[in-house]
Ligand binder design. Structure first.
Ligand code: AMP
Ligand code: GLY
Length: 430
């Protein structure tokens, strides 16, 4: 099977790496990819947002499966263009990607499907926003309705800050605060059927202890020894299947990843958000532990045959991913800072350097290429170990051997006690 991964981040690097390890996959291509992906895939300089160009590349290469990584091309309809060219694509149509593209749409689907989630109001004026905030009370949760790369959400006890964020959005969703540890559950969907991957946890805030601004994710680990047994099956039954059924009823079947962001509250799991693709970095430790072939699973989903393949299986042990971000992240990012130390880790078997915002620049003095920063989240060190503590120690050993000016990373990813997590600490720090 020839595969093509669309995107340029850490998620796409982890996907390309896992596809390259599937014996059923003969070729891995990526567009546009990044310097890390280049080690496991052939890169093509094609705009991931240009559906016609992605479809043309897929036809030219004779691709059997296209995997669209990020939300922006999915919301823009890139999967529709590939599907229209007769090629199997893992990723939802533009219509189905509205589950992530519009928070108001996803809330409407959740309500129709009876999915447990936070109460919410969609507001378009400052008066409506103020009334909704006062209705729910503090802590306040204010979400920009539009796509915002994980950064459009403000959770605060400060009413003025909540109102100020609402004022920056055209349409804003104001929600009830959900208290409890957060879990990322990825459901691989073929339109009718879903298979859950092993749950993971993502650390979203920039600073240790769950402080500071929300980011796209600063680290993650899997599995979650403290999560209730049967959580994945429970969420498939109470959240994923009703959502797939509702999307079918609307004539827009969902094919791809339904990423269920959950809070495990005192009254059971409730949905914080839906995304229409794998989470980054949350998917990275999950893929590190996946034993069954990824290409077979995603191809079955893309072609409506999930019930014909065995459910995914995972290795024992654990995996931990720690992100290194550039100076200024998440408000801005710093480009061109020279990265040193990745080469030694590339030789380790239990540790991978997963590239996100990196680039190669040629240096006239030495004639060689230098790896430099090219975005907010620059790279991640991902390790597998016998348990979380072992994987964590290896990941931080890796982090210690890499450096670039202004590098930022959290010191508490997957730290003990494992039950004290972002959702809980968030509340603690408000
Ligand atoms: P989202 O982009 O919707 O995932 O929100 C980003 C982060 O804000 C989540 O991962 C949570 O940490 C927090 N958050 C969002 N919605 C809520 C909520 N209703 N209650 C508590 N925390 C929330
Ligand atoms: N890590 C969170 C996300 O991908 O949205």
């Amino acid at each position: 099977m020839k595969t093509l991964v669309i995107g340029t981040g850490g998620r796409e690097h982890a996907l390309a790496l896992a596809l390259s390890l599937d014996p059923g996959v003969s070729e891995v291509h990526a567009a546009p990819g990044n310097p890390g992906i280049a080690a496991v895939a052939t890169l093509h300089d094609v705009d991931p947002m240009d559906g016609a160009a992605v479809a043309a590349l897929s036809v030219e290469l004779g691709i059997d499966l296209v995997v669209v990584g990020p939300e922006a091309p999915l919301v823009a309809g890139v999967a529709d263009s590939v599907r229209a060219a007769g090629i199997a694509v893992y990723g939802p149509s533009a219509a189905a990607a509205q589950l992530e593209g519009s928070k108001a749409f996803s809330k409407d689907v959740m309500a129709a499907a009876g999915v447990p989630t936070a109460g919410s109001h969609v507001c378009t004026t400052p008066e409506e926003a103020a009334a909704a905030l006062d209705g729910f009370g503090a802590p306040y949760v204010v979400k920009d309705d539009a796509l915002a790369a994980g950064k459009g959400v403000v959770v605060t006890t400060d009413r003025d800050e909540a109102l100020a964020h609402a004022a920056t959005c055209d349409r804003v969703v104001i929600e009830e605060f959900l208290d409890g540890p957060e879990v990322s559950l990825f459901a691989v969907c073929d339109g009718r059927t879903a298979r859950a991957l092993q749950p993971a946890q993502d650390f979203k805030r920039i600073f240790d202890g769950g402080r500071g601004a929300n980011t796209g994710g600063m680290g993650s680990y899997s599995p979650l020894p403290w999560a209730p047994p049967g959580l994945a099956d429970d969420v498939l039954a109470s959240v994923v299947q009703p959502t797939l059924d509702e999307m079918n009823r609307r004539g827009t079947p969902f094919v791809g990843t339904l990423y269920v962001g959950l809070a495990l509250t005192a009254t059971g799991p409730r949905v914080i958000e839906f995304n229409c693709r794998f989470g980054d970095p949350d998917i990275q430790p999950v893929l590190a532990l996946l034993e069954s072939p990824l290409g077979v699973l995603l191809h079955a989903a893309a072609t409506g045959r999930l019930d014909s393949v065995a459910p995914p299986t995972f290795a024992d042990g654990a995996s931990v991913t720690v992100v290194m971000a550039s100076a200024g992240y998440p408000e801005s990012s710093s480009k061109g800072d020279v990265i040193v130390g990745t080469e030694t880790l590339d030789k380790e078997t239990d540790v991978d350097v997963i590239h996100a915002g990196t680039a190669l620049v040629s240096t006239s003095s030495t004639g060689g290429d230098r790896l430099v920063t090219a975005g907010g989240r620059v790279l991640a060190v991902r390790a597998v170990g016998s348990d979380i503590a072992d994987a964590r120690a290896k990941a931080y050993e890796g982090i210690a051997s890499i450096s670039f000016p202004g590098a930022q990373w959290r010191r508490d990813i997957a730290a003990e006690p494992l039950g004290v997590v972002e959702g809980a600490s968030l509340k603690e720090n408000l």
